[in-house]
Each structure stands twice: as C-alpha cells, then as structure tokens.
Ligand binder design. Structure first.
Ligand code: WT7
Length: 661
C-alpha cells in the first residue's frame, strides 16, 4: 500500500514521464546502467571514444589516461586541438552557423542577438587584437568583466590564441583582484568601464586601477577596456586602451593556435579551508569534453532549445555552462546582465516568457528569494507568466531544500519539467553527480547518482566505504578528464588538499560530507567538512574572512568566523571579534560593526560581509590555545551550550556573546 501523496517530500519519487523518456538521449535507467557498465569494463576505452566523438582534434591522441605521476593525471596528452575551434569554427557550414548563439538581455531590458558566425568573427577580431599587443600562448590574462557578450568573447579569444584566462568575479574587491593578478603574473587585464546592475551604474575600471596601484604586478602591460556606458572612465596613456581602439582594423579571421590537450585553458580561483584562494587549473581537452558531454547528458540539449544559466562568468558554472558548454553544443543561450529582483522579482519569469527559454538553470538561493518575494508581492508569482516553453529545470551550487524544490517543480516547471540537481565543484569541471532528465527518478533534496564514468563513494577516515544511511566523506575513486590538473604553481598544495595519503593518495577528496539513501543509494549532500562556507552558492573560506577582519589592525585583535544556517542564503557568515580597545558599549559596537563590514567588503567583496557580528574580550579557547569553533557554531545557531566547557581557558566570556550586531 504505497500512497505517494502521504509520503514526506524527501521520500517521494518523481520518475520522468513517458514522453520525456521517449525523447531523451539517455532514455531510462537501463541506458544509464549500460553506460556505467561500459565505463567499468573498459575505463580508458570509454573515455577515448567519447573524446573522439565529441571533440574536434587537429592531431588525434593515441594515449588516453596516464597515471604514472598520480595524482597528476593527464588525458589525451599526445593530442592537439583548440577550444574556440571546438565552440565556434566547428559549426561553420552547418545549420548552426546562422543560428543565434547568444541572446543578451541588459539590465535595462535591451536585447541583443548574435549568431554563431558573428560570434566567431568577433572572437577572431579580439584574438587578433590580443596578439597585436604581444599576448602569447601560455600568457595569463585577467578578465574582470560584467555579464556580457564581450566577456564571453574575451574568454574565447584567449582560448583561440592559447592564452590562459583567469576570470575574476566583478563583485570582488581591488584587493582580491590584485591577489589574482600577482599570483598569475598576468600580462593583461580585460575589463569594462562600468557594470550595470539593478538599475545602478557601478564603476569597474577604477577598481582595476586601484588593484594595479597596490604594486607587484609589473607583468601587466595592458588594460583593455570595454566602454559599457557613455560615462567616461579614466584611462592611463599607453597602458589602457578601449575595445574600440584595439579592435579597429583587426581582421575578422584569426588562425587558431593549436595546443596540446593538457595545455591549461584557464585558472579560476576558489576558496579552500586554509590560506589564500587556490588557482584551480583546468586542461583544455578534458574540461571541454565534459562541458560538451554534460550539456548532452544532464541538459539533454536539443537544437531547438533556448538554454539559460543564470550564473556569472566569474564562477565555474559560468565557465562550463555559459562560456564553453552551450557553445560547444551549438545551443542558443540567454545571458543576463542584471539581477533577479530588478526592476521587480518577476524578472526571471518575464525573461523566460520573453525569450521562450526551454532550459533554466539557477541556484537554490535565487529560488528561495523569489519564493519569499512572491509571498510578499503576489504579482511576481510565476503563475502570472507564461512559462510553457520550459521543459527542464536545473539547480546548482548548494543543497536545495525539498520545500524549495517542490515550489520550483510546481510553480516554475508546472509539474512537467524534471529538475536536475547538479552537484559539482570548481575542481570537478562540470556536473558529476546529477539526475539524467530522461532516466533518473527524482527525489527532492538529492542530487541522485554519479554520471556515467564517474565513480563516487562515501568513506570514513580510514578510507573504507560506509554503509548506505551512514554519513561520510565524498570521494571519487578514479580521475576523469575534467578533474582539475593542479593548483596554479602549487602542486604540493593540490596533492595535500585533494589526495590525502590516509585515503590511499589517489582518490579525489571533494571536501563535502554526504550520505547515500538506504532505499536507492542516492547521494544526499550534507555540507562541507572543511572551513569553507557556502553563502548563496558562493564559496568562501573562513580564513579569508578572518584575515580581512584582522587586517583592520587598528580595530581588531582577533577574529573567528563560522557559518550558521540561513533560510535564504543557505549559510550565513557569523564573525566573533576581539577588539584591540575595551569591550564596546552597545553604541560603540554598532558603529564598529559598520566599519568591520566595510573593511571586509573592501578586502574581499560584499559577498563576504558577515551577517552577524559578536564581540568578546577574548575567544573561547582550549587550554592549548585552540579556538573552539564548535562552541562558536552553537552560539551562532542560537543553541544553548550543553557541552562541557570546563576545558575552556576562559569560560566567562561566553556570556558576552548574547549581543549580536
Ligand atoms: C561546493 C562547490 C557547482 C558549481 C558551483 C559551485 C556545494 C555545489 C551542490 C549541490 C549540494 C552543492 C558543495 C561543493 N554544492 N552544488 N547540487 N548540492 N551542494 O562551485 O564554488 O566550487 O563550490 O558547492 O559544497 O563542494 P564551488
């Protein structure tokens, strides 16, 4: 007697409808299992076939996977190709040539279309301009751009000449930008005069100037500026040039630089538990293969689809599912400059209706904030928009709670669209654990099963697989082509962080804890096991925020940062701060909290601003001097302290944390 309606959400299963299964590339679970078996029986052959089928090689590879220097694996390493050829040139002479590649919608609603052929021409022009300014294969180029067609062109142009791009999210501060310019030793910065978001025009180029003025980035020869608005921005003679200047007279064809499969395509910085952000380095062929393949598998991309991924090109999702994947798949995609709530919280639904989007891929935080907005303003509820063009929904970046899943399923997807809850990371290059829309029965709150060729397990500290139903560490047993190759100029850290000797030294440790459901073996993500926070799907290190606080040397003596659950943003940042001066009065604390938030915004960016700040005369520490973070997490959650605090060096200070700012 199974009455599905009476089951709690987490136990309900939503199998794909017959019509969805019938049309899908991977059609039904038998198809899925068959692919998994193929990979298990001949791992190298499985990947070699896919790489031959989905990529265009100038020189075919003969070696598939080289494990000699594990965990520094290489793939297809005697093959040669070019990423931009695989995204653009390969479509010329096919029906895709004159198809719209990008539908760009600006913050103010202005819409621009560009076809594949036009995009190729503009990428070539830009690539020629980079070459004319001495940018060579292997050089690093920083891209600090708002969401725009020009941002994608800049990335593709780098790929065309074999330059390695490092995109920095345009919400990051001058300090954060500077850190990345120095670490990559970039020769050029590509930026925009301003960015338009939520009806505001914010200067961007001046942040680049500020970053450059911090010194130690003498390698930067050029700053290329996309003039986004009429408002002029300061240009330093010789060093700075506008796009209009550098593109004038550049031919619209450009011979691609053919690179080795392992040539770094890009470096993207992401937070770890310790130290500065890590420059995650991806290889050309492996990354591109997975970007293309997961477009086919996870999104089941079809020629008539209108694909919209709402991520920013400053994050990995924007690399894989905006700048590379959709183009490699020949898709038409929407790129949006603005924010989901401007001019009103119905903007996403309005855009889906206007552009007839069929696939919509966003983050749980966005969904939760739009649920909240539609409760307050019923006129922005998705029910008021024509969303009938949708056939598939996606979620990424953080766990999606079953209630948000259900709302997304019912009100956005009209109970007709599967939701692919895609688990992955900057390091994994693309989705690795995700439903297949035409095969996997969905369970709200679960990212379901690993994609074919991906071997995921959950293990304990000794490396043994735990039984289903028991939580443990998520590991990947074998490398796959899109796994990051190293941390830029820091292979030791790569090996140490991701391939711990305690787990055998060859398994990739994701840093997340997870559990498999006893009934079907589905994976459910629990959260990070390290000191990495996930705020609105943005990854931040507690250490980075602590450093930003302590950098306010005149104010702060010591700081500790922990996460607390937040109904909207998933996690929220809570900072515990010891001031240099006396313990503050209520009035002083309010003022200081403002200065601390400003400081963090300047040092990292507004996304890292603590939501809650507590002040104490010291931090709770053990007698050996270790900060008791567990205790801080209890306080942040508003839980009463039931544990033994007798080992605390200074138990009295706990009482001070009853005030929060
Ligand atoms: C961390 C990676 C995936 C691209 C964007 C984020 C969390 C990501 C999910 C999901 C539960 C998820 C993990 C992961 N995460 N997707 N579907 N369900 N958690 O990439 O910035 O490198 O962050 O995001 O904790 O480790 P990232």
């Amino acid at each position: 007697m199974s009455n599905i309606e009476s089951l709690s959400l987490e136990h309900r299963s939503f199998p794909p409808s017959e019509s969805v299964v019938k049309q899908a590339r991977i059609s039904g679970m038998a198809d899925y299992h068959q692919l998994c078996t193929k990979a298990a029986e001949d791992y190298k052959g499985f990947w070699a076939n896919l790489a031959r089928q989905h990529l265009f090689w100038h020189k075919p590879f003969t070696r598939t996977l080289d494990e000699t220097h594990a965990p520094f694996y290489t793939w297809f390493d005697d093959g040669e190709l070019n990423a931009s050829v695989n995204c653009l040139d390969k479509h010329m002479g096919t029906p895709v040539q004159n198809k719209t590649a990008i539908i760009f919608e600006a913050d103010d609603g202005k819409v621009t279309h560009i076809t594949y052929q036009q995009l190729l021409e503009r990428v070539c022009q830009f690539a020629n301009a980079l070459k004319a300014h001495g940018v060579h294969q292997g050089d690093r180029v920083i891209i600090y751009m708002p969401m725009s067609i020009e941002g994608v062109i800049a990335m593709q142009a780098c790929a065309r000449i074999g330059a390695i791009h490092s995109v920095v999210f345009a919400g990051f501060s001058a300090n954060a930008l500077h850190e990345r310019m120095v670490d990559t030793e970039a020769v050029a910065v590509i930026t925009a005069s301003h960015q338009h978001r939520g009806g505001k025009i914010l200067p961007l180029k001046t942040i680049v100037d500020e970053a450059l003025s911090l010194g130690h980035c003498d390698a930067v020869q050029h700053v290329f500026v996309y003039q986004r608005s009429e408002t002029p921005c300061p240009l330093t003679p010789k060093r700075d040039k506008t796009f209009a200047d550098i593109l004038a007279n550049q031919p619209n064809t450009c011979e691609p630089v053919i690179v080795n499969a392992e040539h770094p395509l890009f470096i993207l910085y992401t937070s770890g538990s310790t130290g500065k952000p890590k420059g995650i380095q991806h290889a050309t062929a492996g990354f591109l293969l997975w970007a293309k393949l997961t477009m086919d598998w996870v999104f089941d991309m079809r020629p008539e689809d209108i694909f919209w991924c709402t991520a920013d090109i400053g994050w990995i999702t924007g690399h894989t599912y905006i700048a590379y994947g959709p183009l490699a798949a020949g898709a038409t995609q929407v790129i949006f400059e603005g924010t989901p709530s401007y001019p009103h919280a119905g903007r996403f639904w309005e855009m889906i209706e206007r552009h007839r989007c069929s696939i919509f891929y966003t983050a749980p935080t966005a969904i939760r904030s739009l649920i909240k907005a539609s409760e307050a303003h019923p006129e922005v509820h998705p029910a008021h928009y024509d969303l009938s063009s949708l056939r598939l929904l996606g979620s990424v970046g953080e766990p999606i709670n079953p209630e948000a899943w259900m709302w997304y399923y019912q009100h956005v997807g009209g109970k007709r669209c599967p939701i692919v809850d895609t688990f992955w990371q900057t390091e994994t290059g693309g989705a690795v654990i995700s439903p297949l829309p035409g095969a996997t029965p969905l369970v709200p709150g679960s990212c379901t099963l690993p994609l074919p060729g991906i071997l995921a397990s959950i293990v304990d500290e000794t490396g043994h697989t735990v039984p289903h139903g028991t939580g443990g560490m998520l590991v990947f047993e074998k490398p796959w082509p899109a796994l990051a190759r190293t941390i830029w100029r820091n292979p030791e850290r790569y090996q140490l962080a991701y391939f711990p000797a305690s787990l055998g030294g060859h398994r990739y440790l994701a840093g997340d804890s997870a559990v498999r459901r006893p009934d079907n073996g589905y994976f459910c993500m629990i959260g990070r096991m390290d000191d990495v926070l996930n705020v609105s799907g943005h990854r931040l290190g507690t250490m980075e925020i602590e450093s930003a606080l302590v950098a306010l040397t005149e104010l702060v003596a010591e700081a500790a940062v922990v996460a607390c659950p937040d109904p909207l943003t998933g996690e929220a940042i809570c900072a515990f701060v010891v001031l240099k001066g006396a313990y503050p009065s209520d009035h002083e604390a309010k003022q200081i909290a403002v200065r601390l938030r400003e400081g963090v915004t300047q040092n990292i960016g507004a996304i890292a601003k603590p939501k809650y700040i507590y002040f104490g005369e010291s931090l709770p520490k053990t007698r050996s001097g270790k900060i008791m973070r567990r205790l801080l997490r209890n306080i942040a959650k508003g839980e009463s302290i039931t544990q033994d605090t007798s080992t605390l060096e200074n138990p009295d200070i706990l009482a001070q944390f009853d005030r929060v700012y």
